[in-house]
Design a binder for this molecule. Structure first.
Ligand code: PGA
Length: 253
């Protein structure tokens, strides 16, 4: 285990705006984030936004250390895929990040773990950094299957190999904690993060960052970030309020 924790990993706090925002709301939020980002110290700050607002975040964050990206990507390179956006397009536009396999996409759009891993591979091939989301439902947890479900979701991602794994980020987001106000306890989260870290370690990528997501707020962030295998947060609702998001970043620093 000592080797697993041997290299410091830069903390990352990433906002997931989901399908929220308007040009006017975003302008105010981005201005506040740009003005307050220093509070996060060395912690990296990023936002993932709906496709139509990528142009706005690119411009608003151009002279700041904040980075930005998209919330989904096509598995296909190009072609007759109406409504899809390719990894090359996102990279061409200047995106750094893309979420892959958020639980809302797994649940509402039927994304399988194999598809999610293929999306991550497409993102990597284009030079993007995928943030691959995994997490169990409440019924999985109640049935004692959380570890098994996470293992199954990770399997095709681990199969991408050490080099790919070293260039992506994993986000553990228990589905029962997303948008519910019910966060995993730091110990519950750490237990799954340790499992993910061990799996990454076995695949030669012990230093890959693993974020926690699910009702992260300024009030619970410090206790979560005190856990050895939690390298930051993927933040939904609280990322829409600049003060709250910046206070989460400050809790990590
Ligand atoms: P939440 O969402 O912070 O609103 O729970 C997290 C996420 O879905 O990424």
């Amino acid at each position: 285990m000592s080797q697993v924790h041997s290299q410091p990993r830069t903390r990352l706090v990433m906002g997931n705006w989901k399908m929220h925002g308007s040009l006017a709301e975003n302008a105010a939020l981005l201005a506040d984030l740009a003005a307050g980002q220093g509070r996060g110290g060395a912690t990296e700050l990023a936002v993932t936004v709906p496709f139509p607002y990528l142009a706005q975040v690119r411009e608003a964050l151009a002279d700041t250390p904040l980075s930005w990206g998209a919330q989904d990507v096509s598995v296909h390179e190009r072609g007759a895929y109406t409504g899809e956006v390719s990894a090359a397009m996102l990279a061409d536009f200047g995106c750094t990040w893309v979420l892959c396999g958020h639980s809302e996409r797994r649940a509402l759009h039927g994304e399988s773990s194999a598809l999610v891993a293929a999306k991550a591979a497409a993102a990597l091939a284009a030079g993007l950094t995928p943030v691959v989301c995994v997490g169990e439902t409440l019924s999985d947890r109640d049935a004692g299957d959380a570890e098994c479900v996470i293992g199954d979701q990770l399997e095709p991602v681990l199969a991408l190999g050490a080099e790919a794994l070293s260039r992506l980020v994993i986000a553990y987001e228990p589905v029962w904690a997303i948008g519910t106000g019910r966060t995993a306890s730091p110990e519950q989260a750490q237990a799954i993060h340790a499992l993910i870290r061990a799996a990454l370690g076995k695949s030669g990528a012990a230093n890959t960052r693993v974020l926690y997501g699910g009702s992260v707020k300024a009030t619970n962030a410090a206790a979560l970030f005190a856990q050895p295998d939690i390298d930051g947060a993927l933040v939904g609702g609280a990322s829409l309020v600049a003060e709250e998001f910046l206070n989460i970043a400050a809790a990590v620093a």
